[in-house]
Design a protein around this ligand. Structure first.
Ligand code: C2E
Ligand code: CA
Ligand code: CA
Length: 766
């Protein structure tokens, strides 16, 4: 061994400098995690151990002691991506809070635990214990929960501290009517929505996704497990966010054991009770220390430094340990900050870095760089209908397929729920880029087989090119997103190159989104009505409500230009509610005027069914006003039924119970499956105007139209044909015995006064 004399060794000065650097680093709050790891001993002190062992001894029954003797080696199933509860780096051992608890249990029970990787349906042959079950959410019938949870953390509120209004949010009450991100696995969302129904929950499946939404301002807060989220924030150095308050709710972690081993359940319960007094100490190691702790830490470190200068050899060893732990923690930080735990792909952060690198290199070599933004079509449906664990497996499979389509030198990243990006480097021409896109589309179109089920999805890809579209990485990321949006609009399962007109389109959308916010308050909207004609006798007993926006500087803006924006920003909630209320007022006027029943048909967005509080309270309003439910029909799209969650199904049945009728809008443009409509008790189908406008004798659309009408008649569903502009079209539809028609031939949409005049006119010649 090399001797070490502080006063003669020339490295002494260097060492002191390193020590001060270390002290400086430790005074950095984000890095205090490292400090916490180094000063907290992993090992239980021997006197503590004897005490605990004796206490446990006294509690165990002879039977349980016997069982322990026979079962010295137990297998524990542990998760790999749940920081800081239990997690694992690529080639290292599992670690985290659960592991520390297990280590201590092993110490006092005198047994060994072998760790295996957790899967949802793990079999009892592969594990005796499951180390961490969140919120009693155990679905595996072969295991039962140990009675008491061993970890309980408060759920905290995180906000964007750059937005002044948000940083004042201290409690859930202040979040009524606000959009709040919440982790979709587990029961947190349920607890919040039961107790605070006015909070609009936005489900996310990655913490990254929640923080992205917070940063962008599309949610006002994020509710999460304090321990886990604090850790995430510290590791990812998210400076824009802060914990602004706590909720009355908590999140629990329990262990579970094989159902056929009741002794083990009781032993663990007793063991956990015995080490309960150590929990403070165990938790401390994983807590993100706040500034106060850091002062204490720094003072302690100062003291340690003095002691060390007196006994420099010990200090040297200490420094080596610190270095080692620091290196480990750095690696951990690096992994967390750069990779997605589910798919093991790069995350948004690493993608940005790699893109910068790629652009730098391309500018020297004069080669092209392609950037793809891939969004899976219909993924939400799989997730909602088959559960998140299947959804997650599909994402992992999709991630593998995407990265399999590109070279290993290219970067594939997952940047949100079902959104991926790929950087294709060293491209000589755009043909290879198109090739890669086509390959990805083909791969993702193939069936996914997961847990004995087959799923079909597809993808929409936006493509942008360096240096043609832009030289800046920020712009390229934005453009790829805009091109993807265009690919979705053009019918999905396709790729779309960015064009400058998309950028213009996007700034127009942005300005509309801004103006929309104030337009309701400023009274800039009107509801127009277009009569729906009974084709047999030309009587008018129905009309469709269509919103109009009279913008103070831009004039009339078509709903086609703002409804989708209102839907994306969540503004559709208040906009849709305004239309419902206005239509109800106008309906009273029409009823008073006519003295008979009249039906108004109102367009309702899927969002209003997914977040139905406003819709439900409006329905109660109809009832109190004594208006029969049958005087209202709601126009919905097929997509809503295909993606029907429990909330949607409940809302649909509440609509039916109120006697309100339902119409399927734009029929023929989507899936057009008739038979299942019966299941949802649909009253009307509105055939899309694109069909009606192509009607000529014997063409494809005419055949389809006739077939739809025949089928609907059999199912006792009435047909409304939209967009009738010519007498010819009307005659065709009459021939097919279509029930109702709507279109410019009869009347254009107009204010309620125009509808009243039309209803008065005795003779109608269309
Ligand atoms: P939609 O529900 O399919 O409404 C029918 C559209 O066809 C209306 O366009 C109407 O003005 C137009 N139209 C009616 N007859 C004819 C015709 O003979 N020829 C042609 N070419 N078009 C005809 P509008 O008012 O521009 O509305 C566009 C879309 O905006 C609507 O399509 C609907 O999806 C949405 N929308 C309108 N009002 C609301 C609303 O209050 N809430 C929601 N969620 N969506 C709305
Ligand atoms: Ca409609
Ligand atoms: Ca329509």
């Amino acid at each position: 061994m090399q001797s070490f004399n502080p006063f003669y060794n020339q490295n002494f000065l260097k060492l002191i400098i390193q020590l001060s650097t270390l002290c400086f680093l430790l005074s950095w709050p984000q890095l205090s995690l490292i400090a916490a790891e180094t000063i907290t001993s992993d090992k239980i002190s021997s006197s503590q151990k004897t005490n605990r062992t004796q206490e446990l001894e006294a509690r165990l029954t002879p039977n349980e002691k016997e069982w322990l003797k026979k079962n010295q080696n137990l297998k524990v199933a542990v998760k790999s991506g749940w920081m800081p509860i239990e997690f694992k780096l690529e080639s290292e051992d599992h670690r985290g809070l659960s592991i520390d608890y297990l280590t201590r249990l092993a110490d006092i029970l005198h047994i060994n635990f072998t760790i295996t990787n957790y899967v949802d349906d793990i079999s009892p042959e592969d594990a005796d214990i499951i180390s961490g079950v969140s919120n009693k959410n155990l679905k595996n019938p072969n295991f039962r929960l140990v009675n008491q949870p061993f970890l309980v953390f408060p759920l905290a509120i995180y906000t964007n501290k750059n937005i002044e209004k948000q940083s004042k949010i201290k409690s859930l009450e202040q979040l009524n009517n606000a959009r709040v991100a919440i982790f979709k696995h587990g029961l947190i969302g349920q607890k919040v929505s039961e107790n605070y129904p006015k909070i609009k929950l936005v489900y996310v499946d990655l913490a990254d996704e929640a923080f992205e939404k917070l940063r962008a301002g599309t949610v006002e807060a994020y509710i999460g497990n304090e321990m886990v989220v604090d850790y995430h924030i510290a590791f990812n150095r998210l400076k824009f966010t802060e914990k602004s308050g706590l909720t009355p709710f908590s999140s629990e972690v329990s262990m579970a054991v094989r159902s056929d081993q009741p002794e083990l359940a009781s032993i663990l319960e007793k063991g956990l009770a015995v080490i309960e007094p150590d929990s403070e100490e165990l938790l401390e190691k994983w807590k993100v220390t706040d500034t106060k702790n850091y002062y204490f830490l720094n003072a302690a470190l100062g003291l340690i430094s003095i002691i060390l200068i007196l006994g420099i050899v010990r200090f040297y060893r200490f420094k080596v340990t610190i270095k080692k732990k620091e290196a480990e923690s750095q690696q951990l930080i690096w992994y967390q900050a750069n990779f997605d735990y589910l798919t093991k792909l790069a995350n948004r952060h690493l993608l940005h870095n790699r893109l910068e690198q790629a652009l730098g290199k391309a500018s020297r070599t004069n080669l092209l760089v392609g950037l793809l933004y891939i969004d899976l079509d219909n993924f939400k449906r799989v997730n909602d209908q088959s559960g998140h664990s299947i959804g997650d497996k599909l994402l992992v499979d999709a991630a593998d397929r995407i990265s399999g389509c590109v070279r290993s030198s290219d970067t594939t990243a997952r940047i949100g729920g079902d959104e991926f990006m790929v950087i294709l480097t060293e491209l000589k021409d755009i043909y290879s880029l198109e090739n890669s896109c086509q390959k990805i589309l083909t791969e993702l179109e193939k069936p996914f087989s997961i847990d004995n089920h087959i799923f079909f999805i597809s993808a929409s890809i936006g493509v942008t090119l360096y240096p043609d579209d832009s030289q800046s990485s920020e712009a390229l990321l934005l453009y790829a997103d805009q091109a993807m949006y265009e690919a979705k609009k053009l019918g999905r399962n396709r790729y779309q190159f960015f064009t400058q007109s998309m950028q213009a389109d996007s700034s127009k959308r942005l300005s509309i989104a801004n103006d929309l916010r104030s337009a309701i308050h400023n009274g800039e909207f009107v509801v127009y009505y277009q009569p729906i004609i009974n084709l047999k006798d030309l009587s008018i007993t129905k009309a469709e409500a269509l919103i109009r926006w009279d913008h103070p500087t831009k004039g009339f803006i078509s709903p086609l230009d703002f409804i989708s924006i209102a839907e994306e920003t969540g503004l559709i909630d208040s906009l849709g509610q305004w239309v419902l209320q206005q239509a109800l007022k106008d309906l009273s006027i029409i009823r008073n005027h006519l003295g008979t029943d009249f039906q108004l048909s109102i367009n309702v967005s899927p969002y209003q069914f997914h977040h139905p509080e406003n819709l439900l309270s409006w329905m109660r309003n109809i009832e109190t006003q004594g208006i029969p439910g049958g005087c209202i029909s709601l126009e919905i799209t097929e997509g809503l039924l295909l993606e029907a969650s429990n909330t949607v199904l409940d809302t649909l049945s509440a609509v039916r119970d109120a006697g309100i009728e339902l119409a399927i809008d734009d029929f023929g443009t989507g899936y057009s499956a008739l038979a299942y409509l019966k299941k949802f008790d649909i009253n009307y189908i509105k055939i899309d105007k694109s069909f009606i406008q192509n009607l000529t004798s014997d063409n494809h659309d005419a055949v389809l139209c006739e077939a739809i009408i025949h089928m609907a008649q059999k199912l006792n569903i009435k047909i409304i044909a939209e967009g009738i502009e010519t007498v010819n079209q009307k005659d065709f539809l009459n021939e097919f015995r279509c029930d109702y028609g709507q279109g410019y031939l009869f009347a254009r949409p107009g204010p309620v006064e125009q509808l009243l005049k039309l209803l008065e006119a005795p003779d109608r010649h269309f």
